[in-house]
Design a protein around this ligand. Sequence first.
Ligand code: FES
Length: 71
Amino acid sequence: MEDNDLVCRHLQLTKADIVKVIREKELSSFTEVQDETDAGTICGTCVGDVEEILEEELERRRSNSASAENQ
Ligand code: FES
């Protein structure tokens, strides 16, 4: 998935929009992402993609903190 791919067509949210909110607010669950963005509250089609983006971000966060610990 590319950063400018439209993830939620109802709310016009791209992958980059969702990643930005996750990073800025340090979100770690789908419910938190949904509370912040409303993604998936209209039709639910985008829920799987939002979860996938969140998982990628959590993985990135884990590997960043692991590499910080190794320094
Ligand atoms: S595509 Fe996200 S709520 Fe419909």
